[in-house]
Design a protein. Structure first.
Length: 289
C-alpha cells in the first residue's frame, strides 16, 4: 500500500471534510498550521517542475523569472477564506514549509537553493544560502527540501536533492555542523523531510530514496560529557517505502507522526487533526481530517 499514515500515540480522527480555498492554488509544496489555528499553504502557482527546470549542475532555469503570483496563503480553516497572501515575484520552485514554536514560518526553495524565515505576516526575517547558487560548503545549499526548528531555536535543514545531508544552524542562522554525508550504510539518499522532537532530543529524517526514517541525537540538550552529540544515530525504521513527509510534535504540540510514500500528498497536523493536500489535482481543495 503506497500511501499510509503511521500514527505514534495517535489521537482518534473525528471527522473528514473538504475545505474549499477562496483563491486558486497551484501545485502544493507544503502545508502547515500556525498558532492562530490558520492553515498556511506554500504552492507553485502556475510553475511546474520538469526536465528543463535544472541543468546538469543543478542550476535552476531562470528564463521564466520568479513566480509572479502569490505563493503563500494564510487561510481560515473554518471558511477557506484567504486571510493573507505573499511571495509574489520572490520564489522560483517552492518546496518545504514548517511553522516553529514562535509562530515563524520557514520555507525552502529548491530553485533558489535558499531557506527563508518569515513572520506571521509573511515578511522575510532571515535568509540562508546564496540566491540561485547551489553549493556544498557551509554557506550554500543544493536544492534544500525542509526545515525543522527546535524549541530553543536550533534550525535543521535537510539539504536535499544534491548534497544529501542535514545542516544545523543556531537561531541567528550561523552554521554549526552537518551530518549524513558518509560512505557507510547510513548515508542519506535524498533527505526529503525533517522533524525535531525536543523531549527526546532527536531529529528524524525521511531518507526518501533509501526508503527509511533515520533519527539522530539533535544536540539540543546539555549532556554529562559536555560534547556535542548531534548526528549520532539513535534509531531507524527501514523498508518503509519512499517516505516524503515526517512530523513529530510540531508547533501545535501534536503527538503523532505522519508519513506518506506518495508525492501526491503533503501533510501536517494540528490540534489532534490532520490536513492533506493533493499536489496534482483538484487544486482548490484541502482535506481536513
Amino acid at each position: 500500500m503506497c500511501f499510509f499514515f503511521l500514527f505514534i500515540f495517535a489521537k482518534l480522527i473525528l471527522q473528514f471534510r473538504t475545505l474549499p480555498i477562496s483563491k486558486t492554488v497551484g501545485e502544493v509544496a507544503g502545508i502547515a498550521i500556525n498558532k492562530d489555528d490558520n492553515l498556511i499553504i506554500f504552492h507553485r502557482a502556475d510553475r511546474t517542475w520538469n526536465s528543463r527546470s535544472f541543468n546538469e549542475k543543478n542550476v535552476f532555469n531562470t528564463t521564466a523569472g520568479p513566480i509572479a503570483g502569490a505563493t503563500l496563503f494564510v487561510v481560515d480553516r473554518k471558511t477557506g477564506k484567504v486571510l493573507t497572501e505573499g511571495g509574489k515575484n520572490k520564489f522560483y520552485m517552492p518546496h518545504g514549509l514548517s511553522v516553529d514554536h514562535k509562530n515563524n514560518i520557514w520555507v525552502t526553495d529548491v530553485g533558489l537553493h535558499q531557506v527563508f524565515k518569515l513572520d506571521k505576516n509573511l515578511n522575510i526575517q532571515l535568509t540562508l544560502g546564496e540566491k540561485l547558487v547551489p553549493g556544498a560548503d557551509d554557506q550554500h545549499f543544493c536544492m534544500p527540501t525542509d526545515v525543522a526548528v527546535s524549541r530553543i531555536g536550533y534550525v535543521f535543514v535537510s539539504d536535499g536533492y544534491c548534497n544529501s545531508r542535514v545542516m544545523k544552524f543556531n537561531e541567528r542562522g550561523d552554521f554549526i555542523m552537518a551530518f549524513g554525508r558518509s560512505n557507510d550504510n547510513d548515508a542519506f539518499l535524498v533527505p526529503h523531510s525533517i522533524a525535531v522532537d525536543d523531549d527526546l532530543d532527536i531529529v528524524c529524517v525521511a531518507d526518501r530514496e533509501n526508503e527509511r526514517i533515520l533519527c539522530y541525537n539533535a544536540g539540543t540538550k546539555p549532556n554529562d560529557s559536555g560534547l556535542d552529540t548531534t548526528g549520532v544515530l539513535m534509531m531507524k525504521a527501514e523498508s518503509t517505502g519512499r517516505v516524503y513527509a515526517v512530523r513529530i510534535k510540531g508547533s501545535m504540540d501534536v503527538d503523532h507522526l505522519l508519513i506518506s510514500c506518495q508525492s501526491r500528498f503533503s501533510s501536517t497536523v494540528g490540534n489532534g487533526r490532520s490536513l492533506v493536500a493533493n499536489l496534482r489535482s483538484d487544486r482548490r481543495r484541502v482535506s481536513d481530517l
